[in-house]
Design a protein around this ligand. Structure first.
Ligand code: GCU
Length: 611
């Protein structure tokens, strides 16, 4: 089955799935590289109505209303009854979560209606128009001028809705019903160790496209072959035959490919010599993709990524992933991060630590995060929120997880720094779970055969102080990747000296989490939990333990920065924050920060050949 057959098979499945996943309706296939398109921003201040009883959607019998809040009627005629009015109601900034914007919404989980009025008087008849959302947590119902135009489920992936022919020149009403209530069948499910930030949390744009445009493409090196660029281009529109041309001026490459009747073109470009992307030299090339009616520019890096025994090979060379885990939470303000500046702050902290790798946990982060990491030379582990006790038996839950996986890979598959797709975190073993996750692995490989596929599994103590990973899922993954908390949830740091690790399969070992909490500025003995001294010692002991693990190819300690979590309630220490950060919620570096930094410096020194 060639790439197109695999992808179109999955698009076919996606189309079928769109039907299956009751929550995703009216969406058009994802348009990638959105910030290189002609956009009108719909960000800024939006009017809002907080509606915990969904009074704007259901009547008292819980029957959907014909004229709910989505009708966005101005309350001008005071002679008739109306019990809502966006114009006089409060506001929220978009993008952004509502929890850190308005104190009364700090704990709020439920429905908030967002309304934006905008003119579209430069509408052109030869163009198509889409409304694009970078992400909305969790469920979004989107209305344009009172009409329901699309619905989406999942808080961390983009979606776009075609609005061609539906826009007015003046005073369009865009209303989004956002609901972040947690439900057992959702992805993630009801229990998670991060704050359930609600809202329109990423960019919102009105996108203008030619009638026939370049919607999607994959331009990357073939698996393990640095001499061949292999990929495809997908056009969207009624007339999509003809040719597409790929230009890489710096490499004097200009090659055209025929487009078939589905708007698809297979791409193969032999390359003699090129500068491969590495953390030390994150080289990006200007790539221009053109078709009869459209032209797309992107900055793309080229590298190969494979495993060989217990080694991870980047461009055929063994690499150790000096990593850190990161939540998509802004430094200092500690709300959902969404901007390039916020990404830069967090990722520069990772660079300061000596990292060449980051695990973006536990859900796809915003595109600025991924692209900024690419420019800074940080390899990326990208993950979908199949986290803890997902409802494995529910086909809609599976369809939802698969959609999030598909959208994550679709958006970031041209990013050279993304080397690992992760399909799950700490999921208790069962047959239903194994079936569910094995299908997701197959899905990921069908969408992208070039990258590694992994999951954060759990360790097991087969007998006292004998630790391993014993998970059948391991057989279908490329790494033995797992979380371990020896010295925190599992004994105290003394235990690190006592344990031995051994593994069944000959694959790279990757520790996706280790660590412990400390409140910045709390000092005491190194046996007292939550002191900086305990965390410092815990890191020293874990690092010594990790050095004894054969085949260790990387690690992403938990975690770069203290982050908000509703599961962390110890007064005067946690106060709604998971304190496992190496940096506090106020940007202060804890003692353990320097322990990890030292280790990474030592590794880098060992890897850097003496001139
Ligand atoms: C888990 C989990 C994280 C969590 C961490 C912790 O391993 O993957 O999401 O925050 O442990 O307990 O701090």
């Amino acid at each position: 089955m060639n790439i197109k057959q695999r992808i179109s098979a999955c698009c076919l499945v996606a189309l079928v799935f769109l039907g299956i996943n009751a929550q995703n309706k009216g969406l058009s296939p994802q348009i990638i590289n959105i910030n290189n398109r002609s956009l009108v921003s719909l960000e800024g201040t939006w009017k809002t109505i907080v509606d915990p009883f969904e009074n704007g959607y259901y009547d008292y019998r819980l029957m959907p209303l014909k004229n709910g809040f989505f009708s966005d009627r101005d309350y001008t005629d005071k002679t008739h009854l109306q019990e809502y009015d966006f114009s006089t109601d409060k506001t929220l900034s978009v993008p952004g979560d509502w929890n850190t914007q308005r104190p009364e919404l700090y704990y709020y989980e439920g429905t908030v209606w967002y309304r934006k009025r905008f003119d579209a008087d430069s509408i052109q008849p030869d163009k198509r128009y889409f409304v694009y959302f970078g992400a909305v947590n969790y469920e979004a119902k989107v209305y344009l001028n009172g009409e329901l135009i699309g619905e989406h489920e999942g808080g961390f992936t983009p979606f776009n809705i075609e609005v061609t022919g539906k826009l007015k020149a003046k005073d369009n009403s865009l209303v989004v019903k956002v609901d972040n209530k947690r439900k057992p069948d959702d992805v993630p499910t009801i229990n998670a160790d991060w704050w359930n930030y609600g809202g329109i949390t990423r960019q919102v744009s009105l996108v203008a496209m030619p009638r026939n445009f370049i919607r999607d493409y994959m331009i990357q090196l073939d698996k393990g072959n640095s001499k061949l660029i292999k990929g495809w281009v997908q056009l969207d529109g009624s007339q999509t035959t003809g040719k597409v041309t790929i230009k890489i001026p710096e490499l004097s490459i200009e090659k055209s490919f025929s487009v078939d009747r589905d708007g698809w073109a297979d791409v193969e470009i032999p390359v003699k010599k090129m500068t491969l992307w590495t953390p030390e030299n994150p080289k990006l090339y200007n790539v221009v993709i053109s078709s009869a009616n459209d032209l797309m520019k992107d900055q793309i890096g080229f590298r190969t990524i494979e495993t060989h025994g217990t080694d991870i090979l980047l461009n055929g060379k063994k690499v150790f992933c000096r990593g850190i885990s990161i939540h998509e939470e802004a430094a200092f303000s500690n709300g959902r991060a969404y901007s390039e500046e916020q990404a830069l702050t967090l990722l520069n902290w990772a660079k300061e630590l000596g990292c060449n790798f980051v695990r973006l946990a536990h859900y796809p982060h915003n595109e600025f995060m991924v692209r900024t990491a690419e420019r800074l030379g940080l390899m990326v582990w990208s993950e979908i929120p199949v986290y803890w006790t997902i409802h494995w038996e529910n086909p809609e839950t599976y369809a939802n997880a698969e959609a999030q996986l598909t959208d994550m890979i679709t958006r970031d598959k041209n990013r050279a720094n993304v080397i690992i797709w992760s399909i799950a975190n700490e999921t208790p073993q069962s047959d239903a779970r194994l079936k569910f996750l094995t299908r997701l692995v197959g899905k990921a490989r069908s969408l992208d055969y070039t990258r590694l596929v992994a999951a954060a599994m759990e360790k097991e103590e087969i007998q006292k102080n004998e630790l391993t990973v014993h998970d059948p899922l391991e057989d279908v993954l490329d790494l033995i990747s797992f979380n371990q908390y020896v010295g925190w949830y599992d004994g105290t740091w003394e235990k690190c000296d006592l344990v031995n690790w051994s593994f069944n399969s000959n694959k790279p070992v990757f520790i996706t989490e280790f660590g412990g909490g400390a409140l910045y500025g709390l000092h005491g003995s190194d046996t007292e939990m939550f002191t900086e001294e305990y965390q410092e010692k815990l890191y020293k002991k874990n690092i010594e333990m990790l050095k004894r693990i054969k085949g260790l190819a990387g690690t992403t300690p938990w975690i770069l920065k203290d982050f908000r979590s509703p599961r962390r309630l110890l007064p005067e220490i946690q106060d709604d924050f998971n304190r496992k950060g190496l940096i506090s919620d106020k940007g202060q570096r804890k003692k353990a920060f320097f322990v990890l930094k030292k280790w990474y410096q030592d590794i880098e020194k060992q890897e850097t050949p003496v001139k």
